[in-house]
Design a protein around this ligand. Sequence first.
Ligand SMILES: C[S@@+](CC[C@H](N)C(=O)[O-])C[C@H]1O[C@@H](n2cnc3c(N)ncnc32)[C@H](O)[C@@H]1O
Length: 251
Amino acid sequence: MFTSQGPSLRELAVQALSSTEHGYDLLAPKFDHTPFRTPERILDACAEALRPLGPFTAGLDVCCGTGAGVQVLRTMCREHVTGVDFSAGMLAEARAALTPGAGAGGTGPVVDWVRADARALPFTEGFDVAVSFGAFGHFLPAERPGLFGQVHRALRPGGLFAFPIGAPQPLTSPWYWAMLGFDGAMRARNLLWRPRFVMYYRTFALAGVRADLERAGFTVRLRPLEEFGRRDDGSPHWRLVVARKPAAHEA
Ligand SMILES: C[S@@+](CC[C@H](N)C(=O)[O-])C[C@H]1O[C@@H](n2cnc3c(N)ncnc32)[C@H](O)[C@@H]1O
């Protein structure tokens, strides 16, 4: 899963004993060589599903890391794309890789990077689309309503908040047990060690997520990402959640 350019076991251990924010600062230079970066296949599928709902004027990538979602938004936003993350290290990598003039070409929307905690976003009605990839495991379920409320406030009326969500693994899958084991180890670590590193795989189930989005004021639609196939019960392995903030006349 890790290439030779990725972090060593020792580096991962030091990262995991840090706070979430500092852990990412440490990991940042090697992050794109880890499986934690959202794979291109997921990004492409989400872009395909989201593009027909645009074009958009201004987009926000929440917990942008090294810029996976910014990369998607640049293809569908006309004027502006903002990546927001609380790790200065991750933002530095994103800036170096994706700012026009640093290898990303000079055309397309203006891209900027903001260091902020997603639980206290410094934006009000600035965007008509927001995305987030691979970061929800860093928020405890109790923090979710606040997080979704922040994104809701950052969006203009009629704006969309979109993110992929995977179906739960069946009990027969080795991934089910791997994730259960990982979350158990993280809970033990966070009981015994400070600062906390918050990262859980099994806390972001669709039913609760949908209810929290609706409570924050969104209407929710689900779009199957058919490229990832379907489970035995016919439900999609992956979906794009598209949460819409009502337009002014609907509110
Ligand atoms: C697994 S990485 C995902 C990065 C990128 N979105 C991707 O898909 O490759 C998670 C990111 O979330 C950021 N993050 C976690 N908690 C955060 C918070 N409360 N506020 C802002 N950023 C946060 C981390 O700094 C990290 O860059």
